[in-house]
Unconditional design. Structure first.
Length: 177
């Protein structure tokens, strides 16, 4: 063999090795990206399923547990930082006359990283709701945890006016990472 042919063979071998390494690196990179994507899809699916089951349980209990003027369903939720959940708040008129009910929601002053709002008004007060005797109305309460908030147990307090004296209830929120 001539000297030039030997050098060409070495160059070819080095090019072949580099091409193989590049193909392997690209393959591993695509595999990792694919696995991350699949993990993301499963996480989102799990979150959606859990949320759907919580809402379904809340709706079922709305009909079976309306025994008081103010009912929150569910009474306790787990909420990841930076996420939002919807809770049902039901007001019922057990009096013999028509009433006009209004709800107000608040958090403790130390829980400023938790936001509780009624969806219909996007504020901490609901609209006035005229309720005939024996009727009930369900409102959606949106509970949001800020991204930079703290984890731990928190509370949203709902106070009803127009239903009677001192009608109030709370929902317990466990904020998790």
């Amino acid at each position: 063999m001539k000297r030039g042919q030997i050098m060409d063979n070495k160059k070819g071998a080095i090019e072949m090795s580099m091409t193989t390494i590049i193909v392997i690196v690209l393959g591993v990179t695509l595999l990792i990206l694919g696995l991350v994507f699949v993990q993301f899809i499963f996480k989102k699916t799990t979150e959606l399923a859990e949320g759907a089951f919580e809402r379904a349980e809340g709706k079922i209990s709305d009909f079976s547990q309306i025994s008081k003027e103010l009912t929150i369903s569910p009474e306790r939720i787990d909420l990841e930082k930076g996420n939002t959940k919807i809770v049902s708040v039901t007001i019922a008129n057990f009096k013999e006359k028509n009433i006009n009910a209004k709800l107000t929601v608040s958090t403790k002053s130390k829980d400023d990283d938790l936001i509780c709002l009624f969806e219909e008004t996007e504020s901490d007060e609901s609209d006035d709701h005229p309720l005939p005797s024996g009727e009930f109305r369900t409102l959606n309460l949106r509970i949001e945890s800020k991204d930079d908030g703290t984890i731990g147990n928190k509370v949203c307090k709902i106070v009803a006016s127009g239903l009677g004296e001192g009608i109030q209830d709370t929902i317990s929120i466990k904020v998790v990472a």
